[in-house]
Design a protein around this ligand. Sequence first.
Ligand SMILES: Cc1ncc(COP(=O)(O)O)c(C=O)c1O
Length: 386
Amino acid sequence: MKIVPAHLEYWLRDYYFTVEIDISCSGVENFSFGELRELFNITPDDLDRIVLRDSRTLGDQDLRTAIGNRWGNGKAERVMATNGSSEAIYLIMHSLLEPGDEIVVLDPAYQQLYSIAESIGCRLKRWRLRFEDSFRPDFSEARHLISPHTRMIVVNFPHNPTGASLTLAERDELIELAAGAGAYLVWDAAFAELTYDGPVLPDPGERYDRSITLGTLSKAYGLPGLRVGWCLAAPEVLDRLVRLRDYTTLALSPLVEHIATRVIENGDLLLQPRLAQARHNLELLVSWANHHREFVSMVRPQGGVCVFARVHGVDDIEDFCRQLVDKYSVLLVPGTSFSNPDYVRLGFGCSTKDLTAALSRLSEHFHTYKQLQATTPEFNQIAKSA
Ligand SMILES: Cc1ncc(COP(=O)(O)O)c(C=O)c1O
């Protein structure tokens, strides 16, 4: 298997651990373990009782029940707990796809959602989200792309990086299209509960048995370091994933499972304050963007905590982002991580204090960078060869 490097992960590895302010991430502000212990009353005795033995392949039963109750219509038998939803994506693609299969993917998208399939030898059909359409998915295009040859449709709404989402009626139409083609519908719901205008879209599994829904504690719950995700699917599909898991991660840690269960049973204690902060931050960001129209244009996101902002007149977006790190210690993601060099992904899930400071530094960077670009003819040449 030959797989292309995951551009975003390389970018983050270079800078994430050293910058002062991170506005690159697609999740909300992280929680510390101390905060979890306090919020969920996790005592030292609770932790001492955990025996670090092998856990169950599909996940501890209490954890599966908690996930099923919160996100899966109470159906624990449809739950597989995974080491982040990225493990679920890997298992799904490798268990259900074969070389030559046709799959429909969003473009742009989180790279794992298409590069693994590509590495298997699948043929990708891209359902494009365009800035000119405010990133609204065009269903006439979807109808054209999806056919009886389609093996799998992979979507993520609210969407990383654009923040686009669907109405409930559009979600239903997508299910109809998948059912008409007999295709798997992979529904990445990493940001499902981070919505601003529309409803939280329910699990398609309630209506379509060949749907596979992904979830995670990494984004809306501020716990990317816990590495807990899940997929909701028919038990026959989970059986196929287990076959591959037996050769890879085997299971989760009982310690992690215990903490995740406690968190999920009262998930709103994490979700609601971060959602309120994100709403507030979004208004700050919109107002900042309105004042910086000569530099950026952005579409107001319907969900998630990032925007895919179009940057005007910057010739080398990676150089621009690198200089932002070097001079201002602020991290963005260049659009090249999403195969769109005219954009940056800007996350607003951080603390309001960090966002305010980062935007002010970004304003300064835009001014000086553009001045330098305009007044130094060799600037671009130097930047490119640096
Ligand atoms: C859309 C989407 N799905 C899945 C993931 C994987 O996240 P994790 O493995 O932390 O659950 C990410 C991470 O950025 C993502 O953006």
